[in-house]
Design a protein around this ligand. Structure first.
Ligand SMILES: *Cc1c(COP(=O)(O)O)cnc(C)c1O
Length: 360
């Protein structure tokens, strides 16, 4: 056979998600934590893993971790929580259960590209309500569009990736009240934001509110693949119908239990990241021809002239890798910098200054 039967016509034209990962000495491109797990906690995990029977399937719904998380957020029961193989898996479950042909997503670009990708893959129609020039949500336009009644699903990312700004809680509450559409608030970076920005206090109030969280960012477990959603048990039940039965392996469950139980240990790191974010932001703001956007996440979006060339030169000359968004509509000349360790941040600043000087 030289000919090959084509794939599903919905899949054939797609290009696989590319995290644009390249080896670098200063890798501040993927919004990871700069620090691996504290050795004391890692030891605890390793001891528990040594006693784990690898021949057995995992607890399908990660009951122990689910109960821990429900209790941690003061939710009525474990049926308000669903774990996934990273937040990314839950985002796919969301589109399988609430998207699909004849269904409509309201999306607010520029935002996390996975939503639009999942919509394409599942045949979900997408209505874009673009953000304003300062990346704030166009609240009136979203309310007006949702009021037409044909939206099944809205995704609002807060803090938004890659712009870093949070959504207004009062606006989200008005939206949840006015519409029966499911509203996913993606809070992957909420641990880095100021108090009062999260929608978790309102979970009991709005059955159409679903919140996504992950262990990948503030809890430094990007390599483990563990995320969760919080919501009404009726919504969680629908997601349970489409999920892969054993997607959260027993190793990840152990890691999640150990980290969630000891999550206050991470407060110091989160404080450091917030402090570094402020320091980096002030240094960037002082540079000529650089615009830095306010961020509540563990990254900063900057606009610099000739961004793509600067991105490439910083990588090739100084092995500093940041994320290039300059080809994304609305993000022309934008780069996203993950807040790293103080040393990484200094190396980035030095590399950027060098490139700006060269181009004076
Ligand atoms: C990182 C991220 C996620 C989830 O990441 P996982 O590693 O799959 O848990 C979800 N939403 C946004 C906006 C993110 O940036």
């Amino acid at each position: 056979m030289t000919e090959l039967r084509p794939s599903n016509p919905r899949v054939a034209p797609l290009v696989a998600y590319d995290p644009k990962s390249l080896p670098a000495d200063t890798f501040i491109s993927a919004n990871e934590s700069p620090y691996d797990m504290d050795p004391e906690l890692k030891q605890k995990v390793l001891e528990r893993l040594a006693a784990l029977p690898f021949n057995r399937y995992p607890d399908p719904l990660a009951g122990k971790l689910r109960a821990l998380i429900a209790q941690g957020y003061g939710l009525p029961g474990p049926d308000c929580v669903l774990l996934g193989n990273g937040g990314d898996e839950l985002l796919m479950d969301l589109f399988l259960a609430y998207g699909g042909p004849e269904r409509t997503l309201l999306n607010t670009p520029p935002t996390f590209s996975v939503y639009a990708y999942n919509a394409l893959l599942t045949g979900t129609r997408v209505v874009d309500v673009p953000r304003r020039a300062d990346f704030s949500l166009d609240e009136d336009a979203i309310m007006a569009r949702a009021a037409r009644g044909d939206i099944d699903l809205l995704v609002i990312t807060s803090p938004n990736n890659p712009t870093g700004n949070v959504a207004n809680v009062g606006f989200l509450r008005r939206l949840l009240e006015s519409s029966d559409a499911l509203v996913l608030v993606d809070e992957a970076y909420m641990e880095f934001a100021d108090a009062g920005c999260s929608m978790t206090p309102y979970l009991g109030e709005y059955p159409n509110l679903l919140i996504l969280r992950t262990f990948s960012k503030a809890y430094g477990l990007a390599g483990v693949r563990l995320g969760y959603v919080l919501g009404d048990p009726r919504v969680i039940r629908e997601l349970g119908k489409v999920r892969q039965p054993y997607s959260v392996d027993s190793i990840s469950q152990v890691l999640g239990e150990v980290v969630f139980a000891d999550r206050t240990r991470y407060d110091a790191r989160i404080r450091e990241t917030r402090g570094e974010r402020a320091r980096l932001s002030a240094k960037l703001a002082a540079l000529p021809r650089v615009r830095v956007f306010a961020s509540q996440a563990n990254f900063l979006l900057v606009r610099v002239p000739d961004a793509h060339a600067i991105w490439q030169d910083m990588y090739e000359q100084d092995s500093v890798l940041v994320r290039d968004f300059s080809a994304t509509p609305g993000l022309e000349d934008c780069l996203r910098i993950t807040v790293g360790s103080p040393q990484e941040n200094d190396r980035f600043l030095q590399a950027l200054c060098k490139q700006l000087d060269r181009r004076r």
